[in-house]
Ligand binder design. Sequence first.
Ligand code: UD1
Length: 446
Amino acid sequence: MEYISVTGGRPLQGELWVSGAKNSVLPILAASVLCREECVIHGCPQLTDVDAALEILTQLGGKTRCVGDTVYVDASSIRDNHISKTAMATMRSSILFLGPLLARTGSCSLYRPGGCQLGERPIDLHLKGLHTLGAEIKWEEDHLTCCGKLKGGTVVLPYPSVGATENLILAALGGDSPTIICNAAREPEIGDLIGFLRTCGAEIDGKDTGTLRIMPGKLHGGTYTVMADRAEAATWLSAVAATGGSVSLRGIRPEWLSPVLSVYRIAGCRIRETQNGVALDAPERLKGAGVIRTAPYPGFPTDAQAPVMASFLQSRGITVFEETVFSQRYRHVPALKSMGADITTASSVAVVTGVAKTYGADMESTDLRGGAAMVVAALAGHGQSRIFGLRHIRRGYGDMTGKLRQLGAEIWEQQDEPAVLSQGGKHHEQGSTGATLRKTPAEGTG
Ligand code: UD1
């Protein structure tokens, strides 16, 4: 059984480059379906979700190859417009192929998407928007068929859904007149998708404003570099803040992290903008940060909620989280409590009362950011922790343990005999490991 082994309690220190953003590269790969020539995408993170998107492109008839962190996609040969149930189940972002396939081929057949279980994750806003643009939509159990010549139109989103905005932008490029999307999501990753599309010849106005105007048109190829990952950056900041360390993150624009940085300023960290990133110096113990309410951009990002929560377990004072974006995004809480954290949840609210010490535990990752939260908590906890369920973490972090070792963390990926876990995790007394840990040969040399 694979797991991450962490010996916690040491301040993390150093400098890290932030990888390319998962939430940018996935819609960009879906968008490449619309390009009639090769696209060269630099800064692709090495994630299993990226592998899954490349697999879908290949199944559709496209050609892809990776050289380091550059991905080459030639979608000119795409003929198919069906995505298998298995491919759809690998990740939520598989649904982002719907809009571009519809625009390119006039129809698309696929299934309900998979992805992290964060509560209900309907795709009604995607489908209503596509219907407004002229698509006919038919469900047969979990099989979905969309077809029809897309016309333009005005779509008013009742909620600024990131995925629906992306799907509609991509579908609108295949319409026969302009499309306006009102109340569009304003996440920087949407801006990055628009940047890529413009590089490939698209005409889209209103970036970052919430009202987008998309002119239909055929796309050529292009070369583009993906923006840095805000969620990854927030995770490194959380890990450093949790351990009383200091870090300089490079390659990330501080304004994208603004709500997270504000929280850490309140908690007593010193934050500086640097030439190409941001630096954070944490006090030995954070102060409670008041109320943190997740919201669509420019609000506090829901993807940072779990790792940031994990950084406050040993703070002085109280921090209250209110999760407004997803209905079940506290699945990491039982594991954090198994380390000795004091967290009370009621519906969308979680109250963290800092304790003097937390202790290593065995924990099972429940979802991508929940798994990251367990790693953050383990880095700050006393003694040894093991985090199982690496498949979730690998969806969004490339070489998480290697990056954290660059900051001085004692953290390794391990393979061991199957372990028996109690629900929510198993507490390790300080100093006891509860497992005989082996370093894999590759890691042993690092
Ligand atoms: C994207 C991000 C994810 C992030 C989320 C919110 C990617 C690949 N993923 O996910 O990391 O946590 O934005 O910032 O970019 N909703 C509906 N109907 C719909 C669509 C969404 O009710 O048709 C609801 C969802 O259930 C959720 C909320 O809207 O409660 C936000 O979802 P959305 O913004 O669409 O997130 P994703 O695109 O799935």
